[in-house]
Design a protein around this ligand. Structure first.
Ligand SMILES: [Zn+2]
Length: 595
């Protein structure tokens, strides 16, 4: 340990910051036994305005034990798992010293969200003496983590080890002195403070290792390799080790983006798809750097998981993302591009602008999926296979149309009505932002998002901060859109309710979204009337007979749950109705077939 401390800069030069120095080893025992054990030295500062008399830690891998809330959310541990104790995960603090004093006996577990006594994902240690505001503490923790069989976001496959959420991790202390430390639920992710990480890992020599941050030292010791990683201004650290990884690299730079090294750790079976990974990350880098801000780190590492660890795909960690594909995936089905673009986007949303992913998941997932939709649009098609062509945005709308929304988007992740968490925080949020963008114009909207990014970079914003910054940047109160869409359950549908000769009735069903909607009416004799409509319903009389009605002719309203009732035509109303209803069903059938 002494040696580690001498390598690193002394903690006191990181004024006001948190830092983790770790010295750990990955030990393999049998087919599923993968243990990470060692020591972490954390320098922590009380950044709140109150004295602190206890510390809260996340022990995430305890989610994969019998009775844990994560497992209970899934209806209990799967039967297969019950027969295989060696598949379970666990995490233990063996010893904890605070400023040199052994406080191991003061450790206990709490379940602030659901009171489940069997859940051990949150540990608390009471301090004999409170730490005043502005003061620092030095915490030394000895721990051991057993990884589960590759499950949710972490674990073991065949010669494949995805080591994430693996060390006792400090919860976030808010300014008013309250700890935010949610249990690990099936729905809901993470929340942590920015920190400097220096992580030394010893592991078997034959493994190839992808990790957060920059590698600054590589040594050999017997049958082991010892790697040292360093990164500042991040809030998590993960690494992946695999027997078979092929390591490839490319670079991206532009007048607005300093050079970024793109590292790809790809499975041999997917090597011929490597360019698809590189291209999608480059598209994302271009899109973000030109509209929001340059990517602030020097490298991005892409991990292509082994098929045995496919459940670790589609995750984001600071400077490292896991993606995924299948052997012989056709070029016209861009799942791998979508997941790469999505996970890369998390480097901005949650990576740098770090909201609480458990309480307000939409703030990263919704904004990030909105970007995903826009970056995927640069490919023209998300799917272009056989007879079917579709864009990401259309696919999102089908999901939205099919969903019954019993809760507002702003609902803590683990409290959503069954099956609606992701359709709310990803899909409904995305479509609301996409609608908003189409209403105000692309340039203005991305500029406002860029303002939000710069204002809250390396901070922990809340939803109200987002809406306030957007309204201010856009110079207009848009609460008629965001209040009902984010704070109310349900969805919205604008429709042509009835047409009788010269009289038109329009109706808005569902949540009260009060935004001006374009309507175009064609009258007999070729005359055209254009007007805006924002009330719940409207009855309008014209001087001539109505030939055709079109609500939202430019298709700005992506939150309109049924776009097919926006159109009425005197010439062939029934045929049009049948065709649009058929196309609608066909699309839903196809999209339901997709994984
Ligand atoms: Zn995401």
């Amino acid at each position: 340990m002494k040696k580690i401390l001498s390598i690193f800069l002394p903690w006191f030069i990181f004024a006001g910051a948190l830092s983790y120095n770790m010295n750990v080893g990955l030990k393999l025992k049998g087919k599923w036994g993968a243990y990470v054990n060692g020591k972490e030295i954390i320098v922590w500062e009380n950044n709140s305005t109150k004295p602190v008399s206890s510390f809260y830690f996340h022990l995430y891998q305890n989610a994969f034990r019998e009775g844990a809330s994560f497992m209970e959310d899934m209806g209990g541990m799967p039967d297969k798992w019950k027969k295989h104790n060696e598949w379970w995960g666990k995490e233990k603090i063996i010893k904890i010293l605070v400023d040199g004093q052994d406080l191991t006996a003061n450790l206990s577990y709490v379940s602030p969200d659901d009171g489940n006594k069997k859940d051990k994902t949150v540990a608390v240690v009471s301090l004999p003496k409170a730490i005043p505001a502005g003061k620092k503490a030095n915490i030394e923790i000895e721990f051991e983590t057993k990884l589960p069989k590759a499950f949710a976001r972490s674990g073991v496959g065949k010669g494949y080890y995805f080591v994430s959420q693996w060390f006792p991790k400090f919860a976030v202390l808010e300014e008013d002195g309250t700890w935010v430390c949610h249990q690990y639920h099936r729905n809901g992710e993470f929340y942590a403070d920015f920190s400097t990480y220096d992580v030394k890992i010893a592991l078997p020599e034959e493994l190839k290792v992808a990790a957060t941050g920059e590698i600054i030292e590589r040594k050999k010791k017997g049958a082991h390799q010892i790697l040292l990683f360093h990164q500042e201004k991040i809030h998590d650290f993960a690494f992946v080790a695999d027997n078979d990884f092929i390591k490839m690299k490319e670079f991206y730079e532009s007048p607005v983006q300093p050079r970024v090294k793109i590292l790809l750790f790809v499975q041999p079976a997917h090597k011929n798809q490597a360019q698809r990974y590189f291209e999608s990350v480059k598209r994302a880098l271009k899109f973000y750097s030109e509209r929001i801000a340059p990517y602030p780190y020097r490298r991005i590492t892409i991990v292509d998981p082994d098929i045995s660890g496919i459940r670790t795909s589609g995750m984001e960690y600071p400077t490292m993302i896991s993606t995924g594909t299948l052997y012989l995936m056709p070029k016209g089905i861009r799942f791998q591009e979508e997941v790469t673009v999505h996970e890369f986007g998390h480097q901005y949303w949650y990576g740098v602008v770090a909201n609480d992913e458990t309480d307000e998941a939409w703030l990263d997932e919704g904004i990030n999926t909105f970007f995903e939709v826009n970056i995927m649009a640069t490919y023209k098609w998300m799917f272009n296979y056989l007879f079917f062509k579709s864009k990401d945005a259309e696919r999102q709308r089908v999901t939205y149309s099919k969903t019954t929304y019993a809760d507002p988007i702003i609902t803590p992740s683990w409290k959503f009505f069954p099956g609606t968490y992701s359709n709310s925080v990803y899909t409904k949020a995305t479509l609301t932002l996409e609608t908003w963008k189409r209403l105000v114009g692309e340039k203005k909207f991305f500029k406002a998002l860029s303002n939000y990014f710069y204002k809250y970079a390396y901070k922990h914003p809340h939803s109200k901060d987002f809406f306030q910054t957007m309204d201010e940047s856009l110079g207009k109160d848009w609460s008629g859109l965001w209040k009902p869409m984010f704070y109310k359950p349900g969805k919205v549908n604008w429709k042509v309710y009835s047409v009788r000769k010269k009289t038109l009735v329009l109706l808005r069903e569902g949540v009260d979204v009060e935004i001006p909607v374009d309507v175009v009416v064609k009258l007999s004799g070729g005359k055209e009337k254009k007007f805006k409509w924002s009330t719940r319903w409207m009855k309008k009389k014209f001087g001539l007979n109505i030939k055709e009605v079109r609500i939202d002719p430019e298709e700005k309203l992506m939150i309109d749950s049924n776009p097919f009732d926006n159109w009425w035509s005197k010439s062939s109303p029934l045929a049009n109705k049948l065709i649009s209803s058929f196309l609608d069903k066909l699309q839903i059938v196809f999209l339901n077939l997709l994984p």
